[in-house]
Design a protein around this ligand. Structure first.
Ligand code: JHZ
Length: 428
């Protein structure tokens, strides 16, 4: 006779997100990947919620970073499907004056430096609402935007920018070059770090770029991010944190080469990397050797460099939570400024919710009226700060510190104080 067996052993449940774990380095395929930082699990940081959605279940995904012991690329431990993150996107750089100026200068300098003739094709990958291409179009070139976010592609078309709402890769590159010819300039600002199949992406660049063309990519520089403790730049959308060493290895594989690297103050320290076909006639700048040397000197090829960074990240969490808790005990009113994706990483990692922050103000109309993912803090227009006059403002969008502090000069003059977290926690 069969008797019912008691369950004595616990079944170990494998989390469903384990299927997203990265096994090989995105650039060199090495399996020698070492996790040096874990920020826990959290919802995608651009996953803002409506009041109605607060009732539902929010999927959480792990956020950890590997160092590739072979090519030095820092990369996320898990990659969640791009469709979850980019089909309806709320990041719109043109809401910041700093970014609009930046795009204007980028277009002007590319037109001049590379002697782009009227009628040439300029393609922007991750073209968002078409702001960068609008500046190129003013120089009478043909422009094409490519962006998977259908909501933004509609806005771009209304702005007069021809836009394909799709992910860029070798298949799309072929279609575009067949229908419109090859591009003299291809730009991608804050895109390359978001791409999982980076080899297919650069295969596409190589196909679409004309023989005398250049690819101009901009993204946060891995060395700046680590040196300045900008850990909240690490989130599910940002799959890679590039060193120049790792990029060289990538471009070599696609018969491309870096001809110049220019530091940019955007997003806490970015690099503009200019790339051409290996047989280009364009001169290679000495900047590349300088970047490689500074990476060697700082130890970017050693695990210790990354482990030291991880210790500083923990320190920021301890300091911030201690400060906010102390202020709250003193009955101070604290709010957040800038519902940035990076801000959501900070809030989730430090477990800061409405018990510490009353609300967040943000200039982007799409975000106002929504709630932050994971921490469920309401988002209001910036005006609310002036009316309410809270005691402290936690600056979540620290990359726009200058622009925001200038805008809120009157608040500061009246005694309002800002809490800054990066590179270290302090009150200003
Ligand atoms: P902002 C973006 O991250 C998105 P995020 C992206 N994934 C990327 O790669 C990086 O940057 C590098 C608000 N704000 O743009 C607007 C004000 O309220 O840094 C934004 O919501 N008042 C593509 O999301 C937020 O701050 C202001 O005066 O971290 C800034 O977020 C200004 C200037 C901004 O993006």
């Amino acid at each position: 006779m069969q008797t019912k067996r008691k369950k004595t052993q616990k079944t170990v449940k494998i989390p469903s997100y384990e299927k997203y774990r990265v096994k090989n380095c995105r650039i060199c395929e090495s399996t020698d990947l070492i996790e040096y930082l874990s920020l826990g699990t959290m919802p995608i940081p651009n996953g803002f919620l409506s009041l109605e959605e607060l009732k539902g279940k929010e999927p959480h995904y792990p956020l950890g970073v590997y160092f590739c012991n072979n090519c030095t690329l820092s990369q996320l431990t898990h990659v969640i499907p791009a469709e979850i993150m980019f089909k309806n996107y709320l990041y719109i750089p043109s809401t910041s004056k700093t970014m609009v100026q930046h795009f204007k200068a980028l277009a002007a300098s590319a037109m001049e430096r590379f002697n782009v003739k009227p009628g040439s094709l300029v393609v922007d990958i991750g073209s968002n609402d078409g702001t960068l291409l609008k500046f190129f179009k003013a120089h009478e070139v043909q422009v094409l935007g490519i962006d998977p976010a259908s909501n933004l592609a509609i806005v771009a078309r209304l702005n007069g920018i021809n836009t394909v709402d799709d992910f860029f890769g070798s298949k799309l590159a072929k279609e575009v070059s067949n229908s419109q010819g090859r591009a003299k300039i291809i730009t991608a600002t804050n895109v390359v770090a978001h791409v999982h199949d980076i080899h297919d992406f650069f295969k596409g660049i190589s196909q679409l770029l004309s023989p005398d063309g250049v690819f101009i990519g901009e993204f946060p520089y891995g060395k700046d991010m680590h040196d300045k403790n900008e850990f909240d730049t690490i989130y599910h959308e940002h799959l890679s944190y590039f060193s120049i060493h790792s990029l060289q290895s990538l471009f070599d594989q696609h018969k491309l080469k870096i001809i110049d690297i220019i530091k940019q103050p955007i997003h806490g320290g970015s690099v503009r990397v200019i790339v051409a076909h290996q047989n280009t006639r364009l001169k290679v700048s000495p900047s590349i050797k300088q970047f490689l040397k500074s990476e060697d000197e700082a130890g970017l090829n050693t695990l210790k460099y990354y482990q030291d960074f991880a210790k500083r990240v923990e320190r920021i969490r301890e300091d911030l939570v201690t400060l906010l808790t102390k202020l709250k005990k003193e009955d101070k009113r604290i709010i957040g400024y800038g519902a940035a994706a990076k801000g959501n990483v900070m809030l989730n990692y430090c477990n800061i919710g409405t018990e510490l922050l009353d609300y967040i103000v943000d200039s982007v109309p799409y975000k106002q009226g929504l709630y932050t993912p994971g921490t469920h803090i309401p988002i209001y227009p910036e005006m609310k700060l002036e009316k309410d006059f809270p005691d402290y403002v936690l600056l979540l969008a620290w990359n726009f510190a200058d622009e925001i502090m200038q805008k809120q000069e009157a608040y500061r003059q009246k005694g309002g104080q800002f809490i800054i977290t990066i590179p270290n926690v302090r009150v200003e």
